[in-house]
Design a protein around this ligand. Structure first.
Ligand SMILES: CC(C)(COP(=O)(O)OP(=O)(O)OC[C@H]1O[C@@H](n2cnc3c(N)ncnc32)[C@H](O)[C@@H]1OP(=O)(O)O)[C@@H](O)C(=O)NCCC(=O)NCCS
Length: 164
């Protein structure tokens, strides 16, 4: 984990919790609503099996945000892929994604802080940097001792980010 913006995380999480938002590990009961949110926000291909998640639950009980990740085990080590972050349109810019990404960080720490990587749009750079990730310029491959040279295959989400 690189430097992150503690003030922003604290400000967002305090306001959300005061408003009645809760954050929890995704359960089977959350799965359909979370799948729909990911599919509607990013696309059906972002929904996949063997992913775990954390959900943000609005004061009215609705799933308002989700982060999905997947640990993959390679001969030389483990890598955690951040597969999707999605927030319902009307709840955006209140810090929900920031809090979800930082809670994902606590999951990583509980597992010995493995390398975590993902793809994002360049305009979301600050979102990930404030959460302690390094964001590479669009199109630049991510070079990793475990995975080798990874190119971004997606036209839209064309930046790699990583916690190393
Ligand atoms: C991307 C997404 C998850 C952000 O969720 P969010 O809860 O609105 O994000 P936050 O409120 O935590 O934003 C934190 C910071 O990220 C950056 N950010 C968030 N949305 C942004 C946008 N549309 N454009 C530029 N920067 C943005 C800002 O720096 C923001 O801080 P600020 O509001 O103080 O300026 C949400 O817009 C979404 O679901 N989009 C569609 C799905 C998607 O594209 N997911 C993949 C993201 S790479």
């Amino acid at each position: 984990m690189l430097d992150f913006n503690a003030e922003k995380h604290y400000r967002f999480s305090r306001l959300l919790v005061e408003q009645g938002w809760t954050f929890r590990r995704e359960t089977v009961n959350d799965r359909d609503a979370a799948d729909r949110l990911v599919s509607d926000s990013i696309g059906p291909s972002a929904v996949g099996p063997d992913q775990e998640g954390i959900v943000a639950v609005a004061p009215n009980g609705r799933i308002g945000g989700v982060i999905r990740y997947q640990a993959l085990y390679f001969p030389k080590g483990v890598r955690v892929f951040l597969r999707a972050v999605a927030v319902v349109g009307e709840y955006r810019r209140q810090g929900i994604a920031t809090v979800l990404i930082n809670l994902f960080g606590t999951v990583l720490r509980a597992h010995g802080n493995p390398v975590a990587i993902g793809n994002c749009e360049q305009r979301m750079r600050l979102l990930y940097e404030d959460c302690g990730y390094r964001v590479l310029p669009p199109g630049m491959p991510f070079v990793d001792p475990v995975l080798g040279v990874l190119y971004c295959s997606d036209q839209k989400f064309d930046c790699w980010f990583a916690n190393v």
